[in-house]
Design a protein around this ligand. Structure first.
Ligand SMILES: *Cc1c(COP(=O)(O)O)cnc(C)c1O
Length: 390
């Protein structure tokens, strides 16, 4: 296997030279001509039940398979050290497919560790898809498992306050191989900083809308996993219709090529800003895995190769002060989402974590920042100006 940066540039492109092209072709066909009823029928059967396309066969219909989407899946699977990947129209569609695939086998119980992304928290807390959740502390996962537990769901770094979980420990509480599948939302870390499958995760989920796309112009989700789980997920995807559109897949596949550069550069700026913010009078606390007090188990360097480019601050003066700072940024855009080339700031308690129950909601003084590729001095100046409004 090649090194990560090389994989990011070349994965999912092995056959291009043979096709006489240099970049992946975009296949927009919603339907495909069938050689005959017999072959058409058997290809349909294979794809609708979650199988991969038969070489030389037909893809039948775009909801079952799309080759442009397949290239992105191949590349992401390689980056995540997984056998396969399955791409969806959004991160929430990806997470929902995992819940539905487990529930389809009668495993409706989920053990989850908070904090989680607000949408994930919401779908679990409401049981909207027919699941039942037990919220567990990181040390209490094993004790929360039941015979009908189908998934353990965690996020690290966590959203929005960047708590880190020890994945090897959680995976061993799940029972290791043959135990309960561990789903890790790897959106914040990306495969550049953390490959959860190496620590025992079965399902590695991304909101590809964030770093993988990286430019704020694609909504997408993906699950990197074993061949066995990928088949279950494709089967769910074929009936729920959540497949990723080929144009979006093309843009994501292209975005992966610069992912290592973007993540490292953005992380370096985030580190500098986190240190500077720690010295500011208006800032009560900085949440960033690169600060020693935020990483007591020293997971950065062991489980994560770097602290990433998302940070949070709690400002002195609660909600009022937070609203003034978010509204006072000029260069930094006040908007939800993260992982793009431009810096964003948002108030989790009011926006991304609005549906979360009061006891688990982020504090009203907390603001989350996703650091982009701007010059760090300009970002510092913008934050300095905004903090003066407190
Ligand atoms: C945004 C996000 C999601 C949801 O992804 P969508 O693409 O918006 O559906 C899930 N998990 C995390 C950590 C996120 O940041």
């Amino acid at each position: 296997m090649t090194h990560l940066d090389t994989t990011a540039v070349h994965a999912g492109r092995d056959d291009l030279a043979g096709l006489g092209v240099h970049v992946p072709p975009i296949d927009l066909s919603t339907t495909n001509p069938l050689p005959d009823i017999e072959i058409g029928g058997s290809c349909y059967e294979a794809l609708a039940t979650g199988g991969l396309p038969v070489p030389g066969g037909t893809h039948v219909y775009q909801r079952l398979w799309n080759p442009t989407t397949g290239r992105f899946e191949q590349a992401l699977a390689e980056l995540e050290h997984c056998e396969q990947a399955v791409a969806f129209a959004s991160g929430m569609a990806a997470i929902s497919a995992c819940l539905l695939a487990a529930a389809a086998e009668g495993k409706r119980h989920v053990v989850a560790v908070r904090p989680l992304y607000g949408g994930t928290d919401h779908v679990l807390a409401t049981g909207l898809l027919g699941t039942e959740v037990t919220w567990a502390d990181p040390a209490g996962v094993a004790a929360a498992l039941r015979p009908d537990t189908g998934l353990v769901i965690v996020e690290t770094p966590g959203n929005p306050t960047l708590e880190l979980l020890d994945l090897a420990d959680i995976a061993s509480q799940c029972g290791g191989v043959g135990g309960v599948p561990l789903l890790v939302d790897n959106t914040f870390a990306t495969p550049i900083l953390q490959q959860p499958a190496d620590f025992g995760a079965t399902l590695v989920v991304h909101s590809a809308t964030k770093y993988l796309g990286g430019h704020g112009d694609v909504l997408a989700g993906v699950v990197a996993t074993s061949a066995e789980w990928a088949e279950k997920l494709r089967r769910v995807r074929a009936v729920t219709g959540g497949i990723l559109h080929p144009l979006a897949a093309y843009m994501l596949h292209r975005g992966l090529q610069t992912l290592p550069l973007r993540v490292r550069h953005q992380s370096e700026s985030a580190r500098q800003l986190a240190e500077w913010l720690s010295t500011q009078a208006g800032v009560e606390r900085v949440y960033y895995p690169g600060l020693p007090e935020c990483d007591p188990r020293r997971l950065v360097g062991r489980q994560l190769s770097g602290p990433g480019a998302v940070l949070a601050i709690s400002v002195r003066g609660g909600y009022e002060a937070a609203a003034r700072v978010a509204g006072g940024c000029e260069l930094i855009t006040h908007a939800v989402s993260l992982g793009g080339v431009d810096t964003l700031i948002q108030h989790p308690a009011s926006l991304t974590h609005r549906p979360v129950a009061a006891e688990a909601k982020p504090h009203a003084s907390v603001l989350r920042l996703s650091i982009g590729l701007e010059d760090v001095e300009d970002l510092r100046a913008d934050l300095e100006r905004a903090l003066k409004r407190i």
